[in-house]
Design a protein around this ligand. Structure first.
Ligand SMILES: Cc1cc2nc3c(=O)[nH]c(=O)nc-3n(C[C@H](O)[C@H](O)[C@H](O)COP(=O)(O)O)c2cc1C
Length: 176
């Protein structure tokens, strides 16, 4: 499969650790590309609606090439830290909002989510983020392969959690 990973964290921390563990497992059988929104020049969606009757977003920044990559993928992995009691990061939301210009081309994708937060994983915060992805999945008929939540605060905390690392690499990555 062609897998596109959207990294919603700007720091070299737990989200990237989770992504790298996933890649270690999944890269043997799949072609993988990471999108790093904080390294791109992408303006937030203005809701102008012009994209709905033309080929793409009117913004002449990195929007269209980025959405092209997402539209061409077989699978999208959304990875984000929890920010402010139950939200994905602004970096990830920025990309998702800009998908509006090609929304229906994202139908029937295989999808996974990785969410890392500083609260225990039984917190409602993870449920809120999962529910938002469930709604998108319903709208776009996504095949939701997995939704994983991890608890880690300090930048290097997740890499010390061997069970989580094994799950990401072996349990999830290698099985794709
Ligand atoms: C702006 C900001 C807001 C945060 N808000 C929450 C929160 O509401 N709930 C939570 O569980 N963790 C929160 N955190 C903690 C991060 O989710 C946690 O440290 C995560 O491991 C960061 O991932 P990263 O290392 O990939 O950046 C917040 C962190 C930041 C920087």
């Amino acid at each position: 499969m062609k897998i596109v990973i959207i990294n919603g964290s700007a720091r070299k921390g737990n989200t990237l650790t989770a992504i790298n563990a996933f890649i270690k497992g999944a890269s043997e059988k799949n072609e993988i590309e990471i999108i790093e929104p904080d390294k791109l020049n992408i303006a937030p969606c203005k809701g102008c609606g012009v994209c709905q009757c033309s080929k793409g977003c009117v913004d002449k920044d990195d929007t269209n090439p980025t959405i092209d990559k997402i539209a061409a993928a077989d699978m999208i992995l959304f990875a984000t830290p929890v920010y402010w009691w139950g939200g994905m990061s602004a970096q990830l939301k920025l990309i998702i909002d800009k998908c509006y210009c090609r929304g229906l081309q994202l139908k029937n994708k295989k999808v996974g989510t990785i969410v890392v937060g500083g609260s225990p994983v039984d917190s409602i915060q993870y449920e809120l983020i999962d529910k938002q992805f469930d709604c998108m999945a319903k709208y776009l008929s996504w095949d939701m392969l997995f939704k994983k939540s991890y608890y880690a605060t300090a930048r290097d905390e997740l890499e010390k959690n061997k069970d989580s690392m094994n799950e990401l690499e072996g349990g999830i990555g290698k099985n794709l």
